[in-house]
Design a protein around this ligand. Sequence first.
Ligand code: GDP
Ligand code: MG
Length: 369
Amino acid sequence: EEGISVGELAQKMNRNASDIIKLLFMLGKMVTINSSMDDETIELVCMEYGVEVKKEIPVDEDSLEDEVEENPEDLVQRPAIVTIMGHVDHGKTTLLDTIRKTRVVEGEFGGITQHIGAYQVSVQSKKITFLDTPGHEAFTAMRARGAKVTDICIIVVAADDGVMPQTKEAVDHAKAADVPIIVAVNKMDKPAANPERVMNEMSDLGLLPEEWGGDTIFVKCSAKQGEGVQDILETIQVVAEMRELKANPKRNATGTVIEAKLDKGRGPVVTLLVQNGTLHTGDCIVVGACFGKVRKMTDDRGREIKEAKPSTPVEIIGLNDVPVAGDMFKVFDSEKQARAIAERRSQTKIEQERKSSSAMSLDDLARQI
Ligand code: GDP
Ligand code: MG
């Protein structure tokens, strides 16, 4: 075999070889630092670490390098993926609802849609993707699973209430994720609104407003009445432009599970966010430890679609089981390959569960002694 060795792969991925050896051990493969890896194993390790490899699995070092770094010519702009966070009752849901309705303003049909956990709006003929579910727990859960989905974070602070504990949490999450923050100073229609106080308190958290010489954008708004909401959308586009968000629509799709549920009639129904590549109906896909073929795909308006480009949320059916939010997905060229990888992953999951439950019973035993 001409394959790359464990040590070489580790170096390329900026990982400890021992981590990869451990990972493969858990997957039932005994390797040493000098063992050469077959294509499927490389693919598996990359998927486990969320590193992207292109469709043709690399066979030698040079091609691996090429695969990891996308060909710049293939990269195109993709819509920003935005999460809204903030203290309870400060207006997150109201803001998301108001933004969803702006579609009609932009001349797009269908303001009210089914809920699939994410939606897109067009602003100045460029799309923005909003994650509709997160809230702090989902955000944390996704990050804990290694999923990086958000490009920009909007933190909503009610101007009549100021910075509250969950506001601070939101700031911590956004800082940990290293994404730009836009502060929406909400409920400006209320007589008790005090935006200066919000700006002061946010400055104390290290978010100094632009107008005070800092680099955080604060937008005053009323999510309920709609004032300032367009400003928020335009600000997102400005920040997105500075970030130069790119993806390669030519490759096999990869991305993250946003929501998943079991439907009595349709089986597992899963909302995926395509983050790179293009997802097509008929694609063979591994989602966490599940696999299948994309049998049917619908957009956030419930319309059937045949392909989904980067940053697009879609609902799919066709998986053999229900994955969890934050699981990553990847399209493979053959169903056989997808099935083998999914089976191995679910085997690992079972083994890990068995290990942790046997560890617990050993603990119990120790306690009894
Ligand atoms: P969430 O918990 O952050 O999702 O907050 P909600 O969107 O559910 O809003 C909590 C309450 O504040 C609801 O009664 C909203 O109608 C109200 N609210 C939200 N935004 C505004 C606003 O801009 N002005 C006023 N006056 N009320 C608002
Ligand atoms: Mg809410």
